[in-house]
Design a protein around this ligand. Structure first.
Ligand code: FAD
Length: 475
């Protein structure tokens, strides 16, 4: 827990205003409110102030002041995180450090395939800047119009292109970080090879703001794809999903950008509750996949896809399918994928989300075992296991009837996580631990790992001021 504050609130506010100027400080309760509730509305907190610095120097000044005064800091980017890590607790004893005004693209180098951006840049802006320069920044996820680079780094975000380009951890070349004492670690290198001992940037990626404030990052860019196709297949059974993925990889020279599992339950949620969503195939198949495959030229890609489709049908791995013939058709297929989240959120009942991973080849057995285990206790539960089959990351979401008790909800997560354990999987594939999963993770975190994390945290942040509630079970 953080050391007790040693500064009067008014003095703190005056000194913060001196660092950021009046536009960088919000203290009115009404104006602070939108920053103090998380995206899922599971957590609402209080803060002394929402501080919105505009430069690394201002962030360093704020952090130095807080270190001196014993004030805890909760960093926040786009506030789209799904594990409650970007919202302070109810004690009102911390500041919320909101990075959204640090939103400059500092450099973009097409020959080095790199760019340096500030933490508050929205992902979509970064993607667009790269595209305008004829390059691609491949990270892509449903919240890309709001999530910011600092938050994406702090959570090691994944998304739909992980199987081809990796997670955020794989896309960062260097970082600029304000450490808990207010000093600045400036390692914004764009070198591809830099083998000088510990790779310190990796400590901060996925640390969820517990070791410092990310203020800027150098990122990897990629060539833009000349040709790309979006395909939608119906599977005879879920067990055929990994086999079809393997075939897609083999027949296209490993050019699969994304491979998303879409169950019937997800399609039903989306169509019932989100305008403009259409069912792509007739016959209501139980299991479908949406895949995006790229290539160097339209002709080559079409040739590969013709062979792939022929083989997939003759091997009995698909029963039906469609290939988008235009950008509008591709968008409609992706709208269905993205609408699953909103569709389930708007459906009657209580939504219980799980972001888990197992080996790709284990996904069918995992989904079967976890579904059976839940149906044994809740025969009427609706189960919607969708998402990134290409990298074994399934959003195993469950809907219980309205009025289900807190114990019932927690029980569903316990059952799910116990089945994940049986498959040696992870209870957090891409969303992080935050506050939501702290207790569940503490139960299964191996002791040497837990001890090393605690020692590391103590060494870097001896006063315990950086996002103190994150990773801590029972608080
Ligand atoms: C519709 C929707 C779809 C999503 N899809 C995906 C998906 O496919 N894959 C995926 O991985 N995630 C997904 N997410 C989750 C979310 O978008 C990611 O976790 C994202 O990385 C959060 O970015 P943010 O800027 O909103 O961070 P925030 O929510 O503001 O913060 C997240 C964490 O990072 C810390 N933090 C924020 N900024 C900084 C900083 N500058 N320095 C240090 N720490 C910081 C916060 O304290 C917090 O712990 C989705 C969310 C939504 C709402």
């Amino acid at each position: 827990m953080p050391a007790a504050a040693t500064i009067a609130p008014d003095t703190l506010i005056d000194r913060l205003r001196g660092i950021t100027g009046p536009r960088g400080l919000i203290t009115d309760d009404g104006d602070m409110a939108p920053f103090l509730e998380d995206w899922r509305k599971l957590y609402r907190g209080r803060a002394i102030a929402v501080v919105r610095p505009q430069s690394t120097e201002e962030v360093a000044g704020v952090v130095r002041l807080c270190a001196e005064a014993g004030i805890a800091i909760v960093p926040q980017g786009g506030n789209t995180g799904l594990v409650g890590g970007a919202v302070p607790g109810l004690d009102g004893a911390s500041i919320l450090l909101q990075l959204g005004r640090m939103n400059r693209i500092r450099t973009l180098d097409t020959l080095d395939f790199s760019m340096v951006v500030e933490a508050g840049c929205v992902l979509e802006t970064v993607q667009r800047a790269a595209a305008d320069a004829g390059r691609k920044f491949p990270l892509s996820l449903g919240a890309e119009g709001t999530a910011q680079i600092g938050g994406l780094i702090a959570t090691n975000a994944g998304g739909i292109h992980v199987m081809r380009y990796g997670m955020m951890r794989d896309l960062v070349l260097g970082l600029e970080v304000v450490l808990p004492d207010g000093s600045v670690l400036s390692e914004l290198t764009t070198l591809r090879k830099n083998n000088v001992g510990y790779d310190l940037k990796q400590l901060f990626i996925g640390a969820e703001g517990t070791l410092g404030i990310v203020t800027a990052a150098s990122l990897k860019l990629f060539p833009q794809l000349r040709a790309s196709r979006t395909l939608f297949f119906a599977l005879p059974s879920l067990a055929d999903g990994p086999k079809l993925l393997s075939l897609c990889r083999e027949f296209t020279g490993d050019a699969v950008e994304s491979f998303e599992l879409i169950p019937r339950q997800g399609i039903d949620f989306a169509i019932a509750h989100v305008a403009g969503v259409v069912d792509p195939l007739e016959g209501r198949p139980e299991w479908t996949v949406l895949t995006e495959i790229s290539g160097r030229s339209d002709e080559r890609l079409q040739e590969d896809l013709d062979r792939l489709v022929e083989e997939a049908f003759s091997a009995g791995l698909v029963t039906d399918g469609t290939i988008a013939q235009s950008e509008a058709q591709a968008k409609a297929l992706w709208l269905l994928r993205e609408a699953i989240v909103e569709g389930q959120r708007l459906a009657p009942g209580i939504q219980i989300k799980h972001d888990v991973s197992v080996q790709v080849s284990d996904v069918p057995a995992f989904v079967h075992a976890a579904s059976e285990a839940i149906w044994r206790v809740h025969p009427d539960a609706l189960i919607n296991p969708f998402g990134h089959l290409g990298d074994g990351n399934i959003h195993f979401n469950v809907q219980l009837a309205a009025g289900a008790s807190r114990d019932a909800v927690d029980g569903v997560s316990d059952i799910t996580y116990r089945v994940v354990d049986q498959f040696s999987g992870s209870i957090s594939a891409e969303h992080g631990i935050g506050r939501l999963k702290a207790a569940s993770y503490a139960k299964r975190c191996p002791k040497p790992r837990a001890e090393l994390i605690a020692r590391l945290r103590k060494a870097v942040d001896p006063k315990g001021l950086m996002n103190p509630l994150v990773f801590r079970a029972g608080k």
